[in-house]
Design a protein around this ligand. Sequence first.
Ligand code: ZN
Length: 160
Amino acid sequence: MALRNIRKNGDAVLRGKAAPVNRFDHRLGILLDDMIETMHAAEGAGLAAPQIGISRRIIVFRVDDRVMELINPEFLDKQGETLDLEGCLSCPGIYGEVARPRLVRVKGFDRQGRLLEVEGEDFVARVLEHEIDHLDGVLFVDKALRLLTPEEIQQLRRKD
Ligand code: ZN
């Protein structure tokens, strides 16, 4: 396994529409393992392949202590709306308020090509939509209703 370099806002790969995965082979498994390791090292809640420079429809994310992976994810349903603070490994030091669905259902595939269905509420729904947005070249700063000021970020840091 290897840590990959996380691309930052301004890098063109973050703005492209990622292509579907059509080969569920050994290389895909290596890529997923690297994405998971990179997500953990960066202490992120999720990571999308374009964030490490790979324009493919692959995301990994955490649900409590479990790591999940979804390949070619597609929304089956979105319900409700919640507003909360959000950040992104590709936009370091920036936080904003983003409206996301309260509940999502997503289908996709695991690394063996088996069909999966995932339901996420609240924080998990937020992470899922955030990561799937990355596959369409959308960053949270595009959707944020408001970005936090440097003073507000300082206050958040003091609370930690
Ligand atoms: Zn992100």
